[in-house]
Design a binder for this molecule. Structure first.
Ligand code: AMP
Length: 363
């Protein structure tokens, strides 16, 4: 009988989960507060409701054989309750471990990963003490609900402290500033039998938002080391399902930065750049199918398309260039810094990308 995957969240991640679920013969139902959520165009069924609407979440579970989430801030108490009665296959734990930056870093350390030094703060006195302990430069971040660089202040001296204090009364974490060589991310999918890891990408951000993902991430053994550490972390934590882990790389040292138990923007390249992709393997896990080990098809560059570059992306799509895959998410409201799509260039090196493409985009 055809099975139904329930997705908490109807953004572009939900849209791409649903596309891959269909290719595997499953149906999808998504829940999102926005009536024109991108995933609704592709899903077989949907529910318009807030993420803290207990009755609506329960209805989603009732209409599904297995439930996943693409939105990270689902209230824990609701999910824990539903998990007892429905098949929320990844469970709440990886989400819980990732919802607070302090807990997340404690958990990373406890399970074998290195992090930068950090300290917690929740009022002016503890903030001053934490900054003094970690030293400048440091990064002050809200512990919960931060994304794409929101809720963060780099403190280089007293002059920046006023902006850091303005983040209070939210609970904060103060992190050592890491002058990394580059940022990298690994996406792992695990079931009871095995962990698979997608080829590790090098991530380039602009204004705190992912701009490019370059794969392979580096020469030599660094990508393999990151993949090995990520698989080992997944195993030690006992997580099942999908986990994206972001790292800072400096010299031959790898520092855990953050994680998300859902498909990740840096993994969009896997759709065309790998023999299987992050959305498909998540669906295979959810449907109880054996996981497939991914292989890189060719060097790949993924470019995020924000609102300011939507016109450029549409013009590129019209050219139908070989190896150039333009994804437009169909969001009804376009804002300059909103993620509206992405382009994957398969068979593209970073050198050739830098020579041929950046001047096509505003950002
Ligand atoms: P995050 O929300 O933790 O991913 O932070 C957003 C971006 O800010 C990261 O991708 C880094 O480019 C930068 N960043 C965050 N934390 C640090 C840090 N401790 N040291 C240096 N840069 C950082």
């Amino acid at each position: 009988m055809q099975r139904t995957i329930g997705i908490i969240g109807g953004g572009q991640l939900g849209l791409m989960i649903a596309e891959q679920a269909h290719l595997l013969g499953a149906r999808c139902v998504a829940l999102d507060p926005s009536a024109d959520a991108p995933a609704f165009r592709v899903c077989d069924d949907h529910i318009v409701a807030a993420f803290d609407d207990a009755a609506a979440l329960e209805e989603l579970c009732r209409r599904s054989d297995v439930v996943t989430y693409e939105f990270e801030n689902v209230p824990g108490e609701l999910l824990v309750d539903l998990e007892r009665r429905y098949n929320i296959k990844q469970g709440f734990r990886p989400l819980f471990d990732s919802q607070d930056r302090l807990r997340e870093k404690d958990n990373a350390r406890a399970n074998g990963l290195r992090t930068v030094e950090y300290a917690a703060a929740d009022d002016e006195a503890s903030l001053d003490a934490a900054v003094a302990k970690i030293g400048c430069p440091c990064v002050v971040k809200t512990r919960t609900l931060g994304y794409d660089g929101h809720g963060q202040v780099v403190v280089r001296g007293e002059a920046d402290m006023e902006r850091a204090r303005a983040l209070l009364p939210a609970p904060l974490i103060v992190e050592q500033f890491m002058p990394f060589d580059y940022e990298a991310s690994a996406i792992v999918v695990a079931d009871d039998e095995r962990e698979i890891c997608f080829p590790v990408g090098r991530n380039i951000h602009k204004d705190g938002i992912l701009d490019l993902c370059i794969v392979p991430c580096a020469d030599g053994g660094m990508a393999e080391r990151i993949a090995d550490e990520s698989r080992a972390f997944m195993r030690r934590c006992g997580y099942r399902g999908i986990l994206a882990i972001e790292y800072f790389v400096r010299g031959d040292e790898i520092y855990f930065n953050e994680m998300a138990p859902r498909p990740h923007n840096s993994g969009h390249y896997t759709i065309e750049g790998c023999t299987t992709n992050q959305f498909r393997e998540l669906c295979r896990f959810l449907l109880g199918m054996p996981l497939e080990e991914p292989r890189l098809v060719a060097p790949t560059v993924m470019k995020n398309i924000l609102g300011c570059d939507l016109g450029a992306a549409e013009r590129i799509a019209e050219q139908r260039l070989p190896g150039v895959y333009v994804h437009i998410y169909g969001k009804s409201v376009c804002r300059p810094l909103r993620k509206m799509g992405h382009i994957t260039f398969v068979g593209m090196t970073p050198e050739r990308y830098s020579a041929e493409w950046p001047d096509k985009f505003a950002r």
